[in-house]
Design a protein around this ligand. Structure first.
Ligand code: SF4
Length: 324
């Protein structure tokens, strides 16, 4: 087993809901409500779930871009949960984020050169001519010509802009990148190119990734491990091949049934879930998935199932699977 880079234990992020003249707290949004996972060096964890399940908040809280409400985060064996801005400085470099929409995350008034130079200057990683050499090298790494440095974001296609975003995050030589829906804004034909680029960079630079996606087909070929998230909780955690061949949670089964199979001879039934993800302000009692679950039975609306290891590295939170 590869070395653990980052570990989160019972991580929670709740947002208070305030009302009235005195901003009285009248409730909470339970966006992330007790997740535990490990990310290994040079490995990819896919974090998947419908929109509203808390995966983006989980990604930001893991990186401490949002302060956790509870739980623990350790990086390289060091507990960073309560580190302040100053104490986080050396960790910021090591943990980067790539956003879903490359256009909105790149300043349209800045050239590619100044976009990539900014993190190099902030972290004092290069100066003078060295900066230009680093930019050329980073552009090459992400498959863009050096002339790109004098152009502006609007002059590039969506896929090229995502490459610029990746070059900017690589500038500080990170160890871990959280990629939040990195290809969902791109054409299907371009998606594979960006995922291949991420894989090549992982091999060359030894990066670890958390790739957040709403669609299991996107992370199929890039993830070593997959965590399925529903309403602030991880409901299934398994090695990639295990999850695709033997999903144990009814929610994972439904997500998987929507993944197209390239062989037309293989027919599978699509499981359509009724309704939307319920509000994280007032999650359902018992199993949070019970109002939509086709298999719910007696204890499901009363007792919340724990995430339990059912064999090897495969864990699931479902009463159906207790004792398996
Ligand atoms: Fe369905 Fe019950 Fe399992 Fe929840 S615990 S996923 S409601 S069978």
């Amino acid at each position: 087993m590869s070395q653990t880079l980052l570990e989160v234990e019972n991580l929670k992020k709740h947002f208070p809901i305030k009302r009235g003249l005195f901003s009285k707290t009248i409730g909470k949004v339970y966006a992330v409500d007790g997740i535990s996972l490990r990310i290994h060096r040079k490995q990819t964890l896919g974090l998947v779930g419908e929109s509203g399940c808390g995966k983006t908040t989980a990604g930001k809280t893991i990186l401490k871009l949002l302060e956790p409400t509870d739980g623990a985060i350790s990086y390289g064996g060091e507990d960073i949960t309560r580190y302040d801005r100053h104490e986080m400085k050396s960790f910021r470099r090591k943990m980067q984020i790539i956003f879903q929409d490359p256009f909105s995350s790149l300043n349209p008034r800045h050239t590619v050169s100044s976009i990539i130079a900014a993190p190099l200057e902030i972290h004092r990683l290069a100066r003078g001519k060295e900066i230009e050499d680093r930019i050329v090298d980073l552009l090459k790494k992400v498959g863009l010509p050096s002339e790109s440095m004098r152009r502006y974001p609007h002059e590039f296609s969506g896929g090229q802009r995502q490459r610029i975003g990746i070059a900017r995050s690589l500038a500080v030589e990170p160890e871990l990148i959280v990629a939040d829906e990195p290809v969902s804004a791109l054409d299907v034909s371009i998606q594979a190119q960006i995922l291949n680029l991420l894989q090549d960079l992982q091999e060359d630079l030894g990066l670890a990734y958390i790739i957040i996606a709403h669609d299991l087909s996107v992370i199929r070929h890039i993830s070593n491990q997959i965590a399925v998230m529903y309403l602030g909780r991880i409901v299934e955690l398994a090695p990639n091949a295990e999850l695709y061949t033997n999903p144990l949670h009814p929610y994972s089964e439904a997500l998987l049934s929507a993944v197209p199979i390239p062989d037309p001879a293989i027919k599978k039934k699509r499981i359509t879930l009724k309704g939307d993800v319920p509000s994280p302000i007032d999650p359902p009692a018992g199993c949070r998935f019970h109002p939509r679950c086709p298999h719910r039975f007696d204890p499901c609306d009363k007792v919340e199932p724990e995430l339990i290891q059912v064999g090897g590295d495969h864990s699931v939170a479902c009463h159906l699977r207790l004792g398996e």
